[in-house]
Design a protein around this ligand. Structure first.
Ligand SMILES: NC(=O)c1ccc[n+]([C@@H]2O[C@H](COP(=O)([O-])OP(=O)(O)OC[C@H]3O[C@@H](n4cnc5c(N)ncnc54)[C@H](O)[C@@H]3O)[C@@H](O)[C@H]2O)c1
Length: 240
């Protein structure tokens, strides 16, 4: 399948692109490199440096890629920053997202996979969080991702767009080649080198974080598992 991956130069996106290519798919990465790295894009993928804030640019890139599906990672994704600068999050994650959805429709793309977040649940009523719990975000990051999820629902109703949204959290680790290129250490990624070997063996592990309060036990999701899940969601029954 021919896939258009936004944010494919970033942490999870770069690993997902590698997984897609290994599975025989054709990939175009669209990224403005605000957080990602050109070197993190697998050389087998086509690369377009562009911004979701540029509607003609995103529409052209998507159409020229010939993609049949979009996997959408491009976003700002720092909770703390979103509290200090909510406008940045609504502009990029929501308004930028509308540009992408409209470009997908114009290009005839009908399959869409969204890298959402469990931050859409806010403070959950219980753990483990089940999908049916109410989504009540407590920060602009989670709110912006929930708004995009809702937009997907309306685009499905109005235009028949098929979509899947994954609400995961605390990705950690990397593949052997990608997932450790970052401008600055942030949240769970900071610990990635420490637990990489462990995550390679386990499907989920519990670790103690130096960033969250002491003795907080957090489950980690191996980045590669997140990437593979998003990659396979795109086309469960489709031929390559
Ligand atoms: N890392 C996690 O634990 C985690 C958990 C749940 C969900 N997510 C979601 O997965 C996605 C990727 O997260 P990540 O940790 O890989 O972040 P990241 O910052 O490493 O990757 C985001 C990528 O998007 C690009 N980007 C941002 N704004 C853009 C724009 N306007 N136009 C084009 N490219 C743009 C950045 O340059 C970067 O390469 C995000 O949507 C995030 O909300 C991440």
């Amino acid at each position: 399948m021919n896939v258009f991956v936004t944010g494919g130069a970033g942490y999870i996106g770069s690993v997902c692109v590698e997984e897609l290519l290994n599975a025989g798919h054709t990939v175009t990465v669209f990224d403005n490199l605000s957080e990602g790295h050109r070197a993190a894009v697998d050389p087998r993928a086509a690369f377009v440096q562009g911004d979701l804030a540029d509607p003609p640019g995103i529409a052209r890139a998507l159409k020229e890629s010939g993609a049949a599906a979009v996997i959408h990672f491009a976003a700002n994704a720092l909770v703390g920053e979103s509290m200090a600068n909510p406008g940045k999050y609504f502009r990029n994650n929501v308004a930028g997202g509308v540009n992408l959805l409209d470009a997908a429709l114009a290009a005839g793309v009908r399959k869409f996979v969204f890298s959402s977040t469990c931050a859409t649940y806010g403070s959950p009523e219980r753990v483990p969080i089940t999908e049916d719990l109410p989504q009540r975000p407590i920060n602009p990051y989670g709110e912006s991702k929930l708004m995009f999820e809702k937009m997907l629902g309306w685009y499905h109703q109005a235009h028949g767009l098929e979509f899947v949204a994954f609400r995961y959290f605390n990705a950690a680790g990397a593949s052997a080649r990608f997932g450790e290129h970052h401008h600055k250490p942030r949240s769970a990624r900071f610990t990635a080198p420490i637990i990489r070997r462990r995550t390679a063996r386990a499907s989920a592990i519990t670790s103690t974080s130096s960033i969250w309060p002491p003795r907080t036990s957090l489950p980690w999701l191996p980045a590669r598992k997140a990437a593979t899940t998003l990659a396979t969601a795109m086309a469960p029954r489709c031929a390559r």
